[in-house]
Write a protein that binds this ligand. Structure first.
Ligand code: ADP
Ligand code: MG
Length: 735
């Protein structure tokens, strides 16, 4: 008998050598092995006879190898194999497939799966590039005796057959996995424990773990083929839900623990409200008012706020952050605002000075490029509590700075995900009690109830679809600024081929003549930084000397020193430059309302999210803005879809969803930094409905014990969750 926790090497037919190959696929235990799901299924229940095939359909054919060989055409080698059923024959071809040369022997039975097409001459049917499997193949993984081979053969035909990704450079074939997983399933104890509480099981009509495991690997003949391919059979749903449920249970628990910590209960009375009103340079949008209310109500509560403030580029998150800062400062606490880059920290500092310093608040900037003496002095101000709002980059504030009494931490992540670092700042307060700094002459005694963890507000411009945000930031509450400030003319986006650059420059010139400014962005991707930077500089030379010799053109790139960068940015901000040629360094947070044109060179090389972020730099004023996506060279199909999406929509959420679809969640978030768990069976895009259900159910369980969920149910679920989190999801502890 096998237990789920048994190491795979003890499954019959595996052993230590093959276990190593499996370990590379993260398969360590029987449980892992059984969660290695087929990526598709083949209907070999009703394999087709060759003479009933029709052009255009996908079909499984089981036939006998007759002849095979490699043909060299002028363009490429083509491998051809003819398979037969009695007198009928079917040709199969594979392009560039010299590796198939010795694969087939006459008389072998093969299962073939692929698209039926007419050949280009006589309209005879053939299978093009079919998937195949030699059914009586003995050189396959471990050795097997005659009796086993017979049993194994019956796994190959006459049923719906699971197809697995092979492992170990093809050493462990799909067929090998079929046999091994079948063996493992047969040796499982009949009653597997179920850690999902009975009430939850019944809400979702979940089948038992054992039935689910059998069902995903060896579906019953009556199972819907569409459901199988879409991972929507009861068996799939059970396994996917289970995975998501225990993740959500962990996140929900974390959230509850955070809420149980002592925080700071900020006071929100009329003087504080007045102070907020005084700084507002414009009427906040309805969305801004709503999120401020959500934030303020968190801040009033005696446990620490952990809130994500999400909003598309340009939606106006900064002012909301400043409003929250005022609540903390007026209560006698300090506020830290961390930005991902120096440029962005500087930009926040400029806005803060304009908006807050004018109202009498003490704002300091602490970045790496300050002189040492200035740095020391600034740190002293912070430690003594003189500085009320401290702006800096993530790194600086994290490492060396002591606060007198930090009450609120604002993390501006833009679209970078530093989820793991975000709570480090909370430990910054000295342990001894102190009197809060006097704000505007209103000293505030820190009552003993008010010593606690600072509040944390994380701002992100990545419009994460809500369900995803729930998983990613499951331990955070979420506020969304889902409305743009008024008076923004929409951005018109066009794609133009390189060959029409003259027209583009003419257009840009016209916009400048009308008093606007323009960005020209050139891709510099890290891997090719050297050569691409050269290309960008060449283009800058061309633009400044030949195309626009009469305009004020400057360049901005990542290799420039911070002082020079700042100087250029400031000139552009003040309107002393007409055209800013730039690499992607302008992507984050730069705010120049008069810039109305952005030309992106080689737009096909940028990711979708990046294009959208870049475009967010224009359309910030009342003038109609234009984004020109210039393309040159070959564009992949995916590239076409990205460009197409940019032209079609300005909606960051739609773009994010498409981006997720194109790249997959791992790439989209950069799995590790995001702390995104690696899933065994779930796919958070495909399974978003189940994710929401899982979250809901997890919260309900932790709200127990009650009539539905017993204390034992809860304990069992938590024990299971803890072992899962440690073993499988590898989530880093936060905070
Ligand atoms: P983001 O959410 O990308 O950080 P910002 O906070 O930088 O956006 O705001 C973008 C621009 O919109 C800024 O110039 C800001 O002053 C302006 N803005 C924000 N809110 C409003 C509003 N309610 N009315 C008018 N302009 C606003
Ligand atoms: Mg911003």
């Amino acid at each position: 008998m096998l237990e789920l926790a048994t190491p795979v090497q003890y499954v019959k037919g595996i052993g230590p050598r093959l276990a190593e190959i499996l370990a590379a696929k993260d398969i360590h235990t029987v449980d892992d092995l059984l969660h290695y799901l087929p990526f598709r299924y083949e209907d070999r229940l009703n394999p087709r006879s060759i003479n009933e095939l029709r052009a255009g359909e996908m079909a499984t054919v089981i036939a006998e190898v007759r002849t095979s060989g490699l043909f060299r055409t002028r363009r490429m080698p083509i491998f051809q194999m003819t398979a037969g059923q009695g007198r009928t024959r079917l040709r199969c071809i594979w392009f560039n497939a010299t590796y198939l040369r010795d694969r087939f022997k006459p008389g072998q039975m093969v299962a073939l799966y692929g698209k039926v097409e007419e050949d280009q001459y006589g309209g005879e049917l053939q299978l093009v590039q079919p998937q195949f499997e030699v059914l009586d193949d003995s050189n396959d993984g471990g050795s097997s005796g005659a009796a086993e081979q017979k049993a194994a053969a019956s796994l190959e035909v006459g049923r719906i057959v699971p197809i697995y990704e092979s492992a170990g450079q093809g050493r462990l074939t799909s067929r090998w996995f079929r046999r091994i997983i079948h063996t493992a399933l047969e040796n499982l104890p009949s009653g597997l424990p179920d850690a999902i509480p009975a009430a939850v099981r019944s809400h979702l009509s979940l089948i038992s773990p054992r039935d689910a495991l059998w069902g995903v690997h060896w579906p019953e003949p009556g199972e819907s083929f569409d459901d199988l391919q879409a991972s929507r059979t009861p068996a799939h749903i059970r396994l996917i839900f289970e995975e998501l449920f225990f993740i959500e249970l962990g996140l929900e628990l974390k959230r509850r623990e955070q809420k149980a910590q002592t925080g700071i209960a900020f006071r929100l009375d009329d003087p504080v409200r007045e102070a907020i009103k005084k700084i507002l340079p414009f009427h906040p949008t309805t969305a801004q008012k709503r999120v401020l209310k959500e934030i303020a109500s968190d801040m009033e509560k005696p446990f620490p706020m952990r809130r994500l403030l999400q909003g598309d580029v340009g939606s106006g998150k900064t002012i909301v952050a400043f409003e929250a800062a005022i609540i903390a400062i007026e209560n006698g606490y300090q506020v830290a605002l961390m930005a991902p880059t120096e440029i962005l920290a500087q930009q926040h500092y400029f806005s803060a000075r304009r908006i807050l310093e004018n109202a009498g608040y003490r704002v300091v900037l602490l970045t790496g490029s300050l002189e040492d003496e200035r740095k020391r002095e600034t740190r002293r101000h912070i430690a003594q509590g003189n500085a009320q709002l401290v702006i800096g980059t993530h790194a600086l504030i994290e490492k060396k700075v002591d606060f007198a009494n930090l009450g609120l931490v604002i993390v501006d992540e833009q679209h970078r995900f530093g989820v793991m670092q975000r709570f480090k700042l909370m430990k910054k307060n000295p342990s001894k009690d102190r009197v809060g700094t006097a704000a505007l002459g209103r000293p505030v005694e820190r009552s003993s109830a008010n010593i606690g963890e600072p509040d944390v507000l994380v701002m992100t411009a990545t419009p994460i679809p809500r369900t995803l945000a729930l998983t990613l930031y499951g331990d955070l509450d979420i506020s969304v600024v889902d409305e743009m400030p008024p008076g923004r003319a929409p951005i018109v986006t066009r794609r133009v081929g390189d060959e029409r650059s003259d027209e583009v420059w003419q257009f840009l010139r016209k916009q400048v003549a009308a008093g606007h400014q323009a960005y020209v962005v050139y891709p510099v991707i890290e891997e090719n930084e050297e050569t691409e930077l050269k290309a960008a500089m060449k283009m800058y030379a061309e633009l400044s000397k030949k195309v626009f010799p009469d305009l004020r053109v400057a360049v901005l790139h990542g290799r420039m020193g911070p002082d020079l960068k700042e100087q250029v940015m400031r000139m552009f901000q003040k309107g002393e430059l007409d055209v800013l040629v730039s690499t992607t360094v302008i992507e984050v947070g730069v705010d120049v309302a008069n810039a109305s044109v952005m030309v992106i060179e080689h737009a096909e090389r940028f990711g979708l999210a990046q294009l959208h972020q870049l475009r967010g730099r224009i359309g910030r004023g009342a003038a109609k803005s234009y984004c020109v996506l210039m393309t040159g060279g070959k564009i992949s199909e995916e590239g076409e879809r990205r460009l197409d999406a940019m032209v079609r929509t300005n909606d960051g959420f739609k773009i994010a969803e498409l981006d997720l679809e194109l790249r997959g969640p791992g790439e989209f978030f950069g799995t590790k930094q995001a702390g995104l768990p690696s899933f065994r069976v779930a796919n958070i895009i495909r399974d978003r409905k189940l994710l929401e259900a899982a979250k809901h159910e997890a919260a309900a369980v932790l709200a127990g014990p009650n009539a539905e969920v017993s204390q034992e149910d809860i304990s069992r679920a938590l024990v299971h969750m803890r072992s899962r989190w440690q073993k499988t999801y590898g989530l880093v502890e936060v905070g």
